[in-house]
Design a binder for this molecule. Structure first.
Ligand code: KG4
Ligand code: ZN
Length: 380
């Protein structure tokens, strides 16, 4: 079965072609540079850029896969969650292709895509996450989804059976990274920058509170931790005047501080400049508290549900410190952690949508084009 999938849920225009769950091409046109100066994603800019590049990304993806559109059996598209007007671009394009070529369409939840990135095979037919010997018997498993808009624990007893067992009560993990980086004027997205700064920092210098460490549920919270970090940044400024420089930008430069699905908060931007030492230590201490939180909840989930496998999905999966420490902690409990070995499959991409679509298409779970629409707050 040949599948062409599109994801335009946020700031990446991505098109992939797969043969079943084997990804033949996975083209990602990132808009990150366009949004950088805002410290977050501006939906209208995202939409315009998706519209501008979608056709050329389709051409590149089919060319790389060595097939033409007539050979596609199934079209797939992300219908949510994401930015409404950005999702629309992919959906409209898929509707057009499906009616031109008279082929069925699968609508895929973006978060399902992040989980199914783990079930992908690369061009050579090798699994990207699970080793071959267990690729057939991975259930039940728990997926820890850590992206810019979501932080969730999902229990899967079988393919396409999702039970949400935990979720963030406020900010997502990625959002905390982005907001802190934004406050320090470090750029967007914040995760990779904070990870880099943290490498040379003292993670024990600041004792940031580990969120919800005494709660007995599987939910997350990042807003308190984020506030504690921001408070510390201000404190440092007060006590070390020479290393501190506060820039207050005027009304005209009011800035987007964060995206969360289709919610956007506009606020005046206040940024703080720290000394190198302080910056590294803040980054490392924040990252440590984030790891502890994610790790504690994952450990609680695996013991509560008695699973042997955990998979990761979403952009924060790229954080080597976080994933290797979660892996280590789970291993002590006899649980194995897997995640896609290529970075392309952990951040937003259409390859993961094609893989998920393959499993839906096998069940003939197709969507009627007349009712296919974006669902910005689509939930699992
Ligand atoms: O899954 P994703 O690409 O997009 C969404 O679906 O939201 O995730 C983006 C998020 C951003 O918040 C970004 O800061 C975070 O993933 N991220 C990281 C790293 N790379 C990306 N967070 C921590 N460490 C990283 N290395
Ligand atoms: Zn994502």
């Amino acid at each position: 079965m040949r599948i062409l999938a599109i994801d335009t849920s946020c700031d990446e225009t991505s098109v992939a072609v797969s043969e079943n769950n084997k990804i033949l091409s996975n083209v990602i046109a990132s808009q990150a540079d366009l949004h950088k100066e805002w410290g977050g994603v501006i939906p209208s800019i995202a939409r315009r850029q998706h519209e501008k590049v979608i056709d050329s990304v389709i051409i590149r993806a089919t060319k790389l896969a060595g097939i033409n559109l007539k050979q596609i059996d199934v079209f797939a598209v992300t219908n949510g969650p994401g930015l409404a007007i950005a999702l629309e671009v992919g959906i409209n394009k898929i509707k057009q292709l499906a009616s031109d070529y008279q082929k069925p369409v699968v609508a895929v939840n973006h978060m399902v895509g992040h989980i199914y990135a783990n079930f992908a095979l690369n061009r050579n037919g090798n699994p990207v996450a699970f080793p071959l010997e267990i690729s057939q018997q991975t259930f039940p498993l728990i997926a820890l989804l850590i992206s810019g808009g979501h932080t969730e624990l999902i229990l899967m007893k079988d393919h396409l059976q999702f039970e949400k067992i935990g979720q963030t009560l406020d900010d997502s993990a990625g959002e905390a990274f982005d907001k802190i980086a934004n406050m320090l004027d470090w750029g967007y997205p914040g995760g990779p920058i904070i990870e880099k700064f943290a490498q040379e920092g003292d993670e024990d210098r600041f004792n940031f509170p580990i969120p919800m460490r005494h709660s007995h549920d599987l939910n997350f919270s990042f807003s308190g931790l984020k506030t504690a970090v921001l408070r510390e940044i201000k404190e440092i400024g007060k006590s070390q005047d020479s290393k501190f420089e506060k820039m207050k930008k005027g009304d005209l430069q009011s800035n987007l501080v964060q995206k969360n699905d289709n919610r956007i908060t506009l606020s005046k931007k206040e940024t703080y400049k720290l000394s190198k030492r302080d910056a590294h230590d803040i980054a490392a201490s924040f990252q440590k508290a984030t790891l502890e939180h994610l790790s504690q909840k994952s450990l609680r989930a695996v013991s509560e549900y008695q699973v042997k496998y955990v998979v990761l999905g979403g952009g924060v999966t790229n954080n080597i410190y976080i994933r290797s420490n979660i892996r280590k902690n789970l291993r002590l409990k006899g649980v194995k952690l897997y995640y896609p070995k290529t970075k392309k499959l952990t951040t937003d991409n259409a390859g993961m949508i094609a893989v998920a679509a393959y499993y839906y298409a096998q069940k003939e779970s197709f969507v009627d084009l007349d009712i296919l629409d974006r669902v910005p707050r689509l939930s699992l």
